[in-house]
Design a protein around this ligand. Structure first.
Ligand code: GDP
Length: 196
């Protein structure tokens, strides 16, 4: 995948602030600290692109990027982080839900999960919500460079034994080793249906 350009467009917290739509959109969600920024940076071959999302004032916002002028990439605020004040945590749900419900350009939501920890209650809630609204989702298990072969097999087994997760597509990924990167682009291209 050749990245010719990867630009930050803007941060938004409500629909009136979203940038103009029209491009196929890929949204990326996950718990705080799960490795979302690292995955975005690895995907677009930039060291610090997603760092913009962690600058003060932007961590709890929806951050819009544009890749090669053809794909809109959206970094959703992380959830489930105890250090975030309750008041901020309570704004996450309406902010993200109104984005997911109103933005017609969304083609796929990637849900990032720490491969060592497995799915949290917050992850399962989001998947359930996406199913209900018929929004396609893909589970990406990241930080696989930290897994032994035994742990990897165990995680696969955990997924296949969880009735809620067993029939879903998932992919192992590592921002450190770049495992899964080409495969992830391949899947993204199938959903966004655009020649990037
Ligand atoms: P975010 O809060 O979800 O954006 O998470 P970050 O991308 O900032 O990552 C959180 C921590 O996990 C950082 O210390 C990263 O270096 C580390 N990390 C992220 N992805 C990987 C990975 O694939 N492998 C390893 N070993 N560490 C990772």
């Amino acid at each position: 995948m050749k990245i010719l350009s990867a630009e930050f467009i803007k941060s938004a917290s409500k629909p009136s602030e979203y940038p103009k739509g029209g491009l196929p959109e890929l949204a990326i969600a996950g718990k705080s600290n799960v490795g979302k920024s690292s995955l975005i940076n690895a995907l677009v071959n930039r060291k610090n692109l997603a760092k913009i999302s962690s600058t003060p004032g932007r961590t709890q916002m929806i951050n819009f990027f544009q890749i090669n002028g053809k794909l809109s990439l959206v970094d959703l605020p992380g959830y489930g982080y105890a250090k975030v004040p309750l008041q901020v945590r309570q704004t996450w749900k309406p902010m993200v839900e109104s984005y997911l419900q109103t933005r017609e350009d969304i083609r796929l939501v990637i849900l990032i999960i720490d491969a060592r920890r497995g799915a949290s209650a917050g992850d399962l809630n989001l998947l359930d919500w996406l199913d209900y609204h018929r929004i396609p989702s893909l589970i990406v298990l990241t930080k696989t460079d930290k897994l032994s072969q035994i742990e990897r097999a165990q995680q696969k087994k955990n997924l296949s034994q969880n009735p809620f997760l067993s029939n879903r597509p998932f992919l192992f990924f590592s921002a450190v080793s770049a495992e899964g990167k080409d495969e992830l682009w391949k899947i993204i291209r199938q959903y966004v249906k655009v020649d990037l």
